[in-house]
Design a protein around this ligand. Structure first.
Ligand SMILES: [Zn+2]
Length: 413
């Protein structure tokens, strides 16, 4: 058996293992959630709301399982049937430049996967979210969002891809370090400016409205040296009733966003406690550590690429005798999937730790935050019908925030 056959078998195995593991973890989570309402849980839900939260979880679970089956069948059929090699040869017949073939190939894959994801996303928004009373989006807004997202990912991703492919073509042996440096600069730019540039394309950001909350926030922000001009209220209510807040950016280009839904539904003190949590993300420099960690990850990825991409077996495993940058990249990422799963686990655990730190910052800097954060989190969970009993493995794989009851217990400490 040739090396490329062995690689193909490894790729198919990885896809199957990831699929099966995903199914099992989802199933465990589905079993884990259906526990009797505990006394802690009863602080969040009444019996009826609790039943509703279980039904909401199950509806999302069924959709997740169905999309996993369909997408796995599709990807395996494409890999085994040689669809990627076929697309590559079609493009090569029509386009002279290797670089343009690469960019067109990836552009088509991005467009295809966006279109393929639309039905599930549509069902999730207009059937599940609608049924449980969360959805505020219209069909026009939904499709407008999808088109904008696709155009943005093409506009941002393709020039970057072109640059990386060009570096590969021109600087074979120095490829990995040069491409990584470019990638790190790009990702630093996105960490700093991403939200400021792209969020206003989807939402309106306004200075926080005049009133009791603004006055309370003014005092808190002053005490923290956080400029009020970096605090915005966002019209999240045009898509969903769920409440949230976020911190983004670095240095002078920072932003805290409060959803208008959060401002409506929380008391002034609860909203300030949540704001203090976001200031905590800023003061504890979470964006910097996340950037450093993600750059380390891409360094690992690019150094492995530098080592492996020149190997013709990668393109051959995808069914093509012509060695191509994009087919090799595709095979590389399929083979890399166990490592990316592992990195995802580390990322999530890092992020959950940051959430506890930000909660602690709120407690340390805003008098009464312990109680106000507690009641704010209860409202947040109730308003999004959170799962009270997620399975620990599901949490490790999927949760960037600690499960609600863990977080409440931590606040009580
Ligand atoms: Zn947070």
């Amino acid at each position: 058996m040739s090396t490329s056959d062995l690689l193909l078998i490894a790729i198919v195995l990885f896809v199957l293992i990831e699929f099966s593991a995903g199914m099992i973890i989802n199933y465990l989570n589905e079993l884990s959630k259906a526990q009797p309402l505990s006394p802690e849980g009863a602080q969040i839900y009444g019996p009826e709301e609790y039943a509703k939260s279980l039904a909401y979880g199950s509806a999302k679970y069924r959709l997740e399982m169905l999309t996993a089956v369909i997408s796995t069948v599709a990807i395996l059929a494409a890999i085994i049937g040689g669809a990627f090699a076929w697309l590559d040869s079609q493009l090569r017949d029509r386009i002279g430049s290797d670089l343009i073939v690469t960019v067109s190939f990836i552009a088509l894959l991005i467009a295809l996967s966006t279109i393929a994801n639309l039905p599930a996303s549509y069902y999730s928004t207009f059937v599940i979210e609608e049924k449980f009373g969360f959805n505020k989006s219209t069909k026009a807004l939904f499709f407008q969002d999808a088109i904008k997202q696709l155009l943005i990912s093409l506009a941002v991703g393709l020039p970057l891809l072109y640059a990386v492919a060009w570096i590969y073509q021109e600087l074979q042996s120095q490829f990995w370090i040069t491409a990584w440096a470019l990638f790190a600069i790009f990702s630093l730019f996105m960490f700093i400016f991403g939200t400021r540039i792209f969020l206003p394309m989807f939402n309106t950001l306004k200075p926080l409205r005049e009133g009791e909350l603004r006055n309370a926030v003014e005092a808190y922000c002053q005490s923290q040296g956080f400029p009020l001009s970096k605090l915005w209220e966002m019209d999240a209510s045009k898509r969903s009733t769920k409440l949230n807040a976020f911190f983004s950016g670095m240095g002078k280009v920072k932003i805290i966003g409060l959803y208008d839904t959060l401002i409506e539904k929380l008391t002034t003190q609860e909203a300030v406690a949540v704001l203090a949590h976001e200031v905590g993300h800023y003061k504890r420099k979470h964006v910097y550590t996340m950037f450093a960690f993600s750059s380390l990850q891409t360094l690992v990825i690019f150094s492995l690429m530098g080592w492996l991409l020149g190997n013709p077996n990668l393109s051959q495993a995808m069914g093509s005798d012509t060695q191509s940058f994009h087919l090799s990249i595709l095979a590389f990422f399929l083979l890399f999937s166990p490592v990316s799963t592992l990195l995802g686990l580390i990322n999530n655990s890092f992020s959950r730790r940051n959430e506890y730190q930000a909660d602690q910052y709120s407690i340390d800097t805003y008098p009464g935050a312990r109680e106000h954060m507690y009641s704010a989190l209860k409202k947040l969970s109730r308003e999004s019908l959170s799962n009270l009993n997620p399975h620990p493995v599901y949490v490790a794989v999927n949760y960037s925030h600690p499960p609600i009851l863990d977080r409440l217990a931590n606040l009580k400490k």
